[in-house]
Design a protein around this ligand. Structure first.
Ligand code: CA
Length: 229
């Protein structure tokens, strides 16, 4: 399982367009889930929030605008970037799209290359470790492309799980992650892992981060979880 691949929810009611987009997203290394209407999209987001949503404007049942509005008013999904796809290019639509909280807006017919660039631009903001970014926190540097981590210039030895944990922390320093959130992010939802497993790997990560000295940068927040810094 490759939980580091960012997940994209593709909401498009035209099967041919859905297929082309899904194909290109998968070829670019994304995990793709598709929905053919707004209702299904909302249900899928409830099950597991994706890293990004590509949302067609005109959908049967619940429209794309309504899906966007609903997701952007909920605290749990507000941060998920939404790129709206629309066949209509009028400025008024663009404005409505932005008022519903959509993060970007692409007019059909779009170039797939441009759309992929927009997808990456959104993820660079919200999930930098998934698009080959270099993350830095204090004297720790993590390169998600080469999977190398250094502290004060010295290479650190990290297991794959510890690497994913550290990427998660480094994406949002200071944020407190509950054990359940870390499980979802690092192990994925499909696997049953006890929350105590998280503690075990946090222990290993702490050890790894201090293997050449330095203070433990991870903070245990009683009753809440863990945070970096
Ligand atoms: Ca449509």
């Amino acid at each position: 399982m490759s939980v580091e691949q960012p997940s994209v929810l593709l909401v498009e009611d035209e099967p041919a367009q859905r297929e082309v987009l899904a194909y290109n997203l998968e070829a670019d290394g994304f995990r793709v889930t598709s929905a053919g209407d707004g209702e299904e999209a909302l249900m899928l987001v409830d099950e597991a929030a994706p890293d990004l949503i590509l949302l067609d404007w005109m959908l049967p049942n619940v429209s794309g605008i309504e899906v966007c509005r609903q997701l952007k008013t909920r605290a749990e999904t507000r941060g998920v970037p939404i790129i709206m796809l629309s066949a209509r290019s009028e400025e008024v639509d663009r404005v409505r799209g932005l008022e519903t909280g959509a993060d970007d807006y692409v007019v059909k017919p779009y170039s797939v290359i441009e759309l992929m660039a927009r997808v990456r631009a959104q993820l660079r903001r919200t999930r930098p470790s998934t698009v080959g970014e270099r993350l830095e926190y204090a004297d720790i540097v993590l390169d998600s492309e080469t999977h190398r981590v250094t502290r004060a210039g010295e290479a650190l030895k990290l297991g794959p799980t510890e690497f994913r944990l550290l990427s998660t922390f480094m994406e949002k320093p200071g944020r407190v992650w509950s054990r359940e959130q870390l499980l979802d992010r690092v192990w994925g939802r499909d696997i049953y892992v006890d929350t105590r497993t998280v503690d075990v790997h946090i222990g290993r990560l702490r050890k790894a981060l201090c293997q050449h000295g330095g203070d433990d940068p991870l903070r245990t927040v009683r009753g809440a979880g863990y945070a970096l810094g």
